[in-house]
Write a protein that binds this ligand. Structure first.
Ligand SMILES: [Zn+2]
Length: 260
């Protein structure tokens, strides 16, 4: 599931295109189907939270969002794609490389209007301008919102998806349904979020436990079995929801509900 760390990795992969001239582009979404950027040079790709911004020298920015299943693959032109062609949403081709965005959301905007797409985002956990105090301030501004929901709200801080939402609540021992106002130490939680994303941005597998073994890399996310720390049962909520971001795992023993 794409979160800030995997989006950061996708941006790094896409930067292999930097400085190259596009020989062909193919936009397979209705809103920009007629766009053609052939002849422009790729400037660079930057991650912003869970968004990717690929800038071109003709003054356009390609905005992509990986949602739940999206990914960017890069390979030499003419190579057989590793994913079904009907899920391709955008293709950027140069002499040396072909980049294909599968199952991504695609927008093409003038670069000077990027803010319309990402201006609402809170401080970016993996951005050069990360601002922990501002993230804490934004979280604290809505004291009644459950902490799990507040962490997912990219307007508070950008880069946390469902995996980190669950894992961070575990790491601070807080029931995910706890209102923000009752979370004992928001500064610590935000600092931890930053530390964990930075630690994982270079890793192929997301680890929050310090243990890379299969089935032991996360404390609660996606777990059915006993809690790795206390051996108790893991609780899960929201599984009937169509939005997988709403599914929450936690350990009721390690993360006791707070009684006001
Ligand atoms: Zn436990």
């Amino acid at each position: 599931m794409p979160e800030g760390d995997s989006v950061w990795q996708a941006a790094r992969r896409l930067r292999a295109l930097d400085g190259q001239v596009l020989t062909a582009t193919d936009f397979r979404v209705p809103d920009v189907a007629t766009a053609d950027l052939a002849g422009s040079t790729v400037l660079t790709t930057i991650p912003r939270g869970k968004h990717l911004l690929t800038r071109f020298d003709d003054g356009h920015t390609l905005h992509t969002h990986l949602r739940m299943e999206g990914r960017w693959d890069l390979h030499p032109p003419g190579t057989r794609w590793r994913r079904p062609a009907h899920t391709a949403r955008v293709v950027l081709r140069t002499e040396q490389l072909e980049a294909v965005g599968f199952s991504v959301i695609v927008d093409l905007v003038p670069t000077d209007r990027e803010d319309e797409l990402v201006g609402h985002l809170g401080p970016d956990l993996l951005g050069p301008d990360w601002d922990a105090d501002e993230a804490v301030r934004r979280l604290a501004a809505a004291p009644d919102v459950p902490i799990a929901e507040a962490l997912l709200d990219q307007r508070n801080l950008a880069g946390i998806g469902n995996v980190y939402k669950c894992e961070l609540c575990f790491l601070v021992g807080v029931d995910p349904r706890t209102p923000v106002a009752d979370v004992p130490d928001l500064q610590r939680l935000v600092a931890l979020a930053h530390r964990v994303l930075v630690a994982n941005r270079e890793r192929p597998v997301r680890i929050t436990t310090g243990d890379s073994r299969r089935g032991r890399s996360t404390w609660v996310y996606g777990r059915r079995g006993p809690c790795l720390r206390c051996g108790g049962p893991i609780a899960v909520d929201g599984q009937g929801s169509s939005d997988r971001d709403r599914v929450t795992w936690w350990c009721p023993t390690c993360q006791p509900a707070r009684t006001p």
